[in-house]
Write a protein that binds this ligand. Sequence first.
Ligand code: TXA
Ligand code: MG
Length: 381
Amino acid sequence: FDKARLLIEPSDTLSALQEAAELLKNTNEPVAFPTETVYGLGADARKTDAAYSIYRTKNRPADNPLIVHIASLDQLRRLISKSQPLKSKDIGSPNESLIPQVYQPLIDRFWPGPLSILLPIENHEHPPVSPIVTVNQPTFAVRMPQHPVALALIALSDVPLAAPSANASTRPSPTQAKHVYNDLQGKIPLILDGGPCGVGLESTVVNGLCDPPVVLRPGGVSLEQIQNCGGVWVNTQVYKPTSVNTEKNYIPQTPGMKYRHYSPTAKVMLFSGYKECEAMDCLYDQLKKQNMDKDEARIGVLCSKKWKRGVFGEFSNLTFLDLGEEGSEITKNLFAHLRELDLKGVDFVLVEGVAEDNEGLAIMNRLSKAASMVFTKDFLN
Ligand code: TXA
Ligand code: MG
């Protein structure tokens, strides 16, 4: 596509949204748009050819299902009720009982926002979205994003958008329009530029259809925030199946989680509870193993709370970036900083990990997926 471009003039907003909406309604080409979490690559979730073009554009494995984005509960109800078996459609108001009760407190509290829920597909002969979107699973994932451009685009087109993150597969998720441009330039007709994403990492994916209900992917809403809404929600990543003996308890699959993600080209060394000098010793070991001279090696450092630049001064080829102190600052910077180090062509990235509570759980989840080496000590304080 020659016309792939960024739309950055605020005065262009309405015409850009209209152009994007027309593309979504009339073609199978995916459009990139901002959400509060990361940029998405969206196409009509009901159309198989449109959904397929998303996988092709990103080079995404075909067994990793997509999240469907809606702008209102009314739009979601219309989508679901179209695929309901006739008898239940006829009973009372179609607006009731289509969304399982277990999600009600979460929807009240977090929509619009960075939370995706799994809904059952009741009628497999007339599924609400293309089987390409769900990868033939009995459920589909939905979220109502908070970003005004995302909401406007979905409402204006009235198209439920299947949208994964708008990066090329295995690259860090894009949190700025230029990241999308770098990855997908020439492959998509339009990128809507809504500025940097406020949250910076992907939505939390939950499954309330099993017992106990589970958090499948930690993200923009923390496990603590979900638990505060009531109910016993467990994190699949720390949840041990051996401690469970009833038939109803099972570990649901999150197909996407098996893939290595967010990988910059450099070797990422992730440290938990390590001081700078201890991390440097580990780096020296690696340099020795690879026969690299410390003055040749290009080193990137991502610090969070405690690491200081000074200690790394003995490396002449150093890029030192500050992720921030607060969890929400770190989530906002994380992917952009990984991309920046990648552009610098660093050989090694040393990352100061964070405690795995609140935003920390999702941050460490993404960092471990980017890391080729993880060094863990318990946090001392
Ligand atoms: O914040 C986000 O969620 C972003 C923005 C664009 O909304 N989207 C995003 O999509 O991160 P993606 O494709 O990168 O991640 C979708 C995740 C995958 O881990 C996938 O396995 C899971 O959602 N998922 C989708 N449908 C599912 C289903 N039916 N069952 C289990 N997991 C599902
Ligand atoms: Mg993704």
